[in-house]
Design a protein around this ligand. Structure first.
Ligand code: SAH
Length: 234
């Protein structure tokens, strides 16, 4: 899979790319993640990409021309399944969307900044808009990193134990059951007895029960939609 991120601050991705699962995915050759500085596509002397909003108001707006030039340059090299814009007024990222995106071959993620981007970018160049939550960030970079992370770990082969992504919260419409590791007892706090025994069926039943209980308690709305989060429903 290839992800092209367009940003005014590509250096913000350095730590993310150098560590953990994204770094491993790149090393394994399962992921190409390319950063593009929007400023490189500016057509003016000062390399600026933003301007005052028509009609007045506070804040600067990223213009359509550099964005179009950058996206066109990428599209001239390969086909893209999605051109995603990060924006707080879009539907919030969830596991079904992450599942769907993980099946794409090439995606572009455009990060806004300042007051946002010229609306014509959204009307004519973008195929999908994603928010990462109902709050406003200074720029789309953290949102793009969140989207990339959620998607990358679903690409087959990225996680060592592939079943581990499938047993995460949301994948079967349920939250994950609690997990434990050694020691068996710490300060008198014990690991549930069933997990210490040898009966795999009982352990599986316990995990399912706990997942159900936790979902009912914490995110009951997941139970109203049987399909929600199911990887088969993609
Ligand atoms: N004026 C805009 C906010 C601009 S914030 C509004 O009120 O809707 C600057 C940029 O940060 C946005 O263009 C977007 O790319 C990014 N951004 C901010 N909050 C975000 C969120 N919750 N999810 C995704 N992107 C976000």
């Amino acid at each position: 899979m290839r992800i092209d991120i367009i940003s005014l601050f590509p250096e913000m991705f350095a730590g993310f790319l150098a560590s953990s699962i994204p770094a491993r995915a790149v090393k394994k050759g399962l992921l190409e993640l390319e950063l593009h500085n929007l400023r490189d596509y500016s057509t003016n002397r000062h390399k600026s990409v933003d301007d005052y909003p028509y009609g007045g108001g506070a804040g600067m707006v990223i213009g359509i021309e550099p964005v179009d030039k950058c996206i066109s340059a990428l599209k001239a090299q390969r086909d893209y399944d999605e051109v995603i814009f990060t924006t707080p007024d879009a539907p919030v990222l969830d596991q079904p969307v992450a599942n769907r995106l993980s099946l794409c071959r090439n995606i572009i993620v455009l990060c806004g900044h300042y007051k946002g981007v010229d609306e014509r970018v959204r009307e004519h160049l973008v195929t999908r808009e994603i928010s990462i939550g109902d709050y406003v960030l200074s720029g789309g970079e953290l949102a793009a990193a969140v989207i990339a992370d959620a998607v990358i770990r679903l690409v087959p082969g990225v996680l060592n134990d592939e079943t581990s992504a499938l047993s995460d919260s949301f994948q079967d419409g349920l939250l994950s059951p609690p997990v434990y590791t050694r020691p068996e007892e710490y300060k008198g706090w014990r690991v549930p007895e069933v997990l210490m025994g040898g009966n795999d069926r009982l352990k599986a039943e316990w995990r399912h029960e706990k997942a159900l209980e936790r979902t009912k308690e914490r995110k009951p709305y997941l139970l109203n939609n049987q399909d929600h989060g199911s990887i088969q429903s993609v």
